[in-house]
Write a protein that binds this ligand. Structure first.
Ligand SMILES: *[C@@H]1O[C@H](CO)[C@@H](O)[C@H](O)[C@H]1NC(C)=O
Ligand SMILES: *[C@@H]1O[C@H](CO)[C@@H](O)[C@H](O)[C@H]1NC(C)=O
Ligand SMILES: *[C@@H]1O[C@H](CO)[C@@H](O)[C@H](O)[C@H]1NC(C)=O
Ligand SMILES: *[C@@H]1O[C@H](CO)[C@@H](O)[C@H](O)[C@H]1NC(C)=O
Ligand SMILES: *[C@@H]1O[C@H](CO)[C@@H](O)[C@H](O)[C@H]1NC(C)=O
Ligand SMILES: *[C@@H]1O[C@H](CO)[C@@H](O)[C@H](O)[C@H]1NC(C)=O
Ligand SMILES: *[C@@H]1O[C@H](CO)[C@@H](O)[C@H](O)[C@H]1NC(C)=O
Length: 407
């Protein structure tokens, strides 16, 4: 059975090699037109933000009355008739949408651009319309302009006077966003809630010229969650099922190796998957204001059903029991059903992921590999079955242990 062990090793390598795909590196520097624009304002520090293709440039100096005078430029793409782009700071403990003092540039369908100030509250999140309000700091020279060099790219410039008791440039909670709808009064309406919209926050250290940011452990955990689940549920469990289907009785009878291998795969898969699942739950918990409902429900279903399958380890009837046949059927069908849900949920998870293309094709490649092996074994099973049947024709029955492959 060394071949199966080799198989297992190959899959481990294949899936582990997926890991770097998830660990997105810091995005590269700012675009040339944006850097030029910032330099016209004597702003030299610039960074590309992680999501929404946004870029951010800043400079600061201390003002009177122990304030910080912060100049910012923010650029993003609004590729719809009307829409808005927002940048804001959050004086609270966390870099998050609620509690943010936002500067929002609004593009009307008639082409006018203007900048308004908004307090973002819990009510905003609930979908109440927002109206301009005063912010917790001074704001001047706020303007929105269209970038000449790039289609649909807009920039906001603003000069903020931040009270230094509340804001600290070495760890500033900032938030950005882009939306594609405005109401009849020209105020912003809801933005989409894909992961990249949800993820558009960070804690920036403006004293370093690269704008070193923290608060990204979630995107790291998300990658770990994805990789563990793809290895656990998405790869090891299917391998365990292939082993059980083709090596238990027919076409290969590898008793009891198949059983050890099956249990080994399923148990490891279950443990690895459960770890990934637990990380997923904590991720869901930590993004307090957003939930990906279907993904979460499927995840809980997968954990529950696979726990039931794992109980088979202890609770399965003896081979000699009359109802073992029915129990086997139940165990198999639940297994195949579980597999279907797992595949669906892995792709659901990849859909949620920003830039999930590499994950998608990586996993599809993985599935094609598994599928080809399963298909090959399936074809071989049937050929072997018919050959044995033909050979035994007229003579004795098909030899013991050769059963028709089950669906
Ligand atoms: C930029 O800095 C230079 C030299 O430090 C100064 O002459 C110029 O007026 C500044 N421009 C702006 C827009 O502040
Ligand atoms: C500084 O603060 C004091 C009181 O807080 C205020 O009276 C004064 O006008 C402020 N000065 C400036 C330049 O903002
Ligand atoms: C908006 O929030 C700031 C502080 O975050 C507060 O000082 C200000 O009064 C708020 N404005 C309104 C209209 O609620
Ligand atoms: C800010 O606006 C004022 C007038 O509103 C103008 O005098 C000043 O030059 C502007 N400052 C910058 C840096 O654009
Ligand atoms: C800003 O934060 C840093 C690190 O947390 C701290 O060392 C510094 O004293 C803070 N500055 C102010 C003005 O609070
Ligand atoms: C464009 O539409 C906005 C409202 O969406 C309005 O406030 C503004 O006056 C309009 N501008 C022109 C030039 O019609
Ligand atoms: C911010 O960056 C500066 C320069 O890189 C560093 O000295 C400082 O410790 C950093 N502060 C925080 C709070 O990370």
């Amino acid at each position: 059975m060394t071949s199966s062990t080799t198989l297992l090793t190959i899959f481990f390598i294949v899936t582990v090699s997926l890991l770097p795909f998830g660990l997105s590196s810091e995005p590269e520097g700012c675009s040339e037109p944006f850097v030029k624009l910032a330099q016209q304002r004597n702003i030299s520090d610039c960074k590309r933000l992680r999501t929404l293709g946004a870029q951010f440039a800043w400079s600061y100096h201390s003002g009177s009355n122990s304030s910080i005078v912060l100049e910012i430029m923010f650029c993003a793409t609004i590729d719809s008739q009307e829409g808005w782009m927002a940048w804001g700071v959050n004086p609270g403990k966390r870099a998050e949408m609620i509690g943010t003092n936002a500067i929002i540039g609004i593009k009307s369908s008639n082409g006018t651009l203007r900048v308004n100030k908004y307090n973002i509250t819990k009510e905003t999140k609930r979908g109440c319309s927002i109206t301009p309000s005063e912010l917790g700091f001074g704001l001047s020279n706020d303007t929105m302009t269209k970038m000449k060099e790039d289609n649909d790219v807009y920039t906001i410039y603003a000069r903020l006077t931040l009270p230094s008791q509340v804001y600290n440039v070495s760890r500033l909670n900032h938030v950005w966003q882009v939306g594609y709808h405005i109401d009849e009064n020209g105020n912003p309406l809801r933005h989409p809630t894909t992961l990249r919209n949800v993820d558009s926050t960070e804690v920036i250290n403006m004293t370093s010229s690269t704008g070193f940011s923290t608060g990204q452990y979630r995107s790291f955990l998300r990658s770990v969650h994805g990789v563990l689940n793809i290895i656990g549920w998405g790869t090891l469990l299917p391998i365990g099922i292939i082993v059980a289907r083709y090596f238990r009785v027919f076409p290969f009878k590898c008793d009891p190796t198949w059983f050890h291998l099956h249990i080994g795969c399923q148990l490891t898969g279950f443990l690895v998957g459960t770890t990934g699942w637990a990380i997923g739950l904590s991720l869901g918990h930590s993004s307090r204001y957003y939930t990906f409902h279907a993904h979460r429900t499927f995840g809980i279903l997968i954990f529950t059903l696979s726990t039931i399958q794992m109980l088979a380890f202890r609770l399965k009837p003896k081979v000699t029991d009359d109802y073992r046949k029915y129990w086997n059927m139940y165990h198999h069908f639940l297994g195949y059903g579980l597999l279907a849900i797992i595949f669906i949920n892995i792709f659901k998870g990849i859909c949620i992921l920003e830039g999930g293309k590499r994950w998608k094709w990586g996993y599809i490649g993985n599935l094609i590999f598994l599928g080809t092996i399963a298909f090959g074994l399936e074809v071989f099973t049937w050929i072997r079955f018919f050959v044995l049947k033909a050979r035994n024709k007229g003579g004795n029955e098909v030899s013991v242990g050769v059963t028709k492959p089950k669906p």
